[in-house]
Design a protein around this ligand. Structure first.
Ligand SMILES: C[S@@+](CC[C@H](N)C(=O)[O-])C[C@H]1O[C@@H](n2cnc3c(N)ncnc32)[C@H](O)[C@@H]1O
Length: 224
C-alpha cells in the first residue's frame, strides 16, 4: 500500500455497510478518490466485528463490557471501528490527520442514532504531543496503520505515550508481502516489543465470518 495523498471529493462518496450482531447496520461514507484513510480496509472490518464477540469480552483485557469505556482510535480513517465501539456503549475519540476530520465527523453524525456511548473526531498526528489526550484510555484501537516506513517510529512513540499499564491496545492489520511492507512490519514490531507484550488472537476467537489468514489481530499491553 502506498502512502499517497489525494483529495476526497464529496460527490464520489459511496456507502459501506456493516451489520452488527443485533441486526442494526452501521453505514459509513467512503470516497472513490482519496487518500488511504478514505476507504474502509478489511482489517477494520475484522476488528469491528471482533469487538462484538464474547471471545473479546471474556479475553481478560479488562473490558468485559463496552459501556462507559474510554476508547481512543488512532488512524481511524472513515471511523468504522470507533463508531462500532460507540454503538456498543463506549466513549470514543476517533483520531486521524486533519484531512480526515470532515469524513469522520460526517460518518459520526450519520450514525448518531445508533450510538449509545459517544463519538468525537479529533486530530492526532503520530509522534506529536498528545498530553491533551491523557490520562490513558481503557482501550486504544489501531486498524491497518502499519504500512509506511516514516510512520513506524512516531506511531510506536504515540502508543508508548498513550497507553498506561491498564490500557488494552487492539491492533489489527493486513499482512502484505509485497514491496516495503514486510520490512515496515518487522521494524514496527522490533520497536514495539521493547515496550509492549503481544498476544495473537487466533481465528477461532474472532468473528466466525469476518476473519482472514492474512489479517493479524493482536492484543498489546504496556510492559511494566
Ligand atoms: C490504511 S488507513 C486505515 C484506516 C482505517 N483505520 C481502516 O482500517 O479502515 C491508515 C490511516 O492512518 C492515518 N495516518 C497515516 N499516517 C498518520 C500519522 N502520521 N498520524 C496520524 N494518522 C496517520 C491515515 O490518515 C489513515 O486514515
Amino acid at each position: 500500500m502506498a502512502n499517497v495523498s489525494e483529495q476526497c471529493v464529496e460527490d464520489t462518496y459511496f456507502i459501506r455497510e456493516l451489520e452488527k450482531n443485533d441486526g442494526s447496520v452501521v453505514k459509513v461514507n467512503q470516497c472513490l478518490k482519496g487518500d488511504v484513510g478514505h476507504v474502509v480496509w478489511d482489517a477494520a472490518i475484522v476488528m469491528a466485528k471482533y469487538l462484538e464477540t464474547d471471545a473479546f469480552l471474556n479475553s481478560g483485557t479488562g473490558v468485559s463490557s463496552w459501556t462507559s469505556k474510554k476508547v481512543l482510535e488512532l488512524g481511524a480513517g472513515t471511523g468504522i471501528v470507533g463508531i462500532v465501539a460507540a454503538t456498543l456503549g463506549a466513549h470514543v475519540i476517533l483520531t486521524d490527520l486533519d484531512d480526515l476530520q470532515h469524513l469522520l465527523q460526517k460518518n459520526i453524525a450519520e450514525n448518531q442514532a445508533l450510538i449509545t456511548g459517544s463519538a468525537t473526531a479529533r486530530v492526532l498526528t503520530w509522534g506529536e504531543d498528545l498530553s491533551h489526550f491523557l490520562p490513558p484510555p481503557d482501550v486504544v484501537l489501531l486498524a491497518d496503520c502499519i504500512y509506511y516506513d516514516q510512520s513506524v517510529e512516531p506511531l510506536v512513540d504515540t502508543l508508548k505515550a498513550l497507553a498506561g499499564v491498564k490500557t488494552s491496545v487492539i491492533c489489527c492489520y493486513e499482512q502484505r508481502t509485497e514491496g516495503v511492507n514486510p520490512e515496515v512490519e518487522k521494524r514496527f514490531f522490533e520497536l514495539l516489543l521493547k515496550h509492549f507484550q503481544s498476544e495473537e488472537i487466533p481465528p477461532d476467537k474472532q468473528d466466525p465470518e469476518f476473519n482472514s489468514p492474512d489479517i493479524r489481530l493482536l492484543h498489546l499491553r504496556r510492559l511494566t
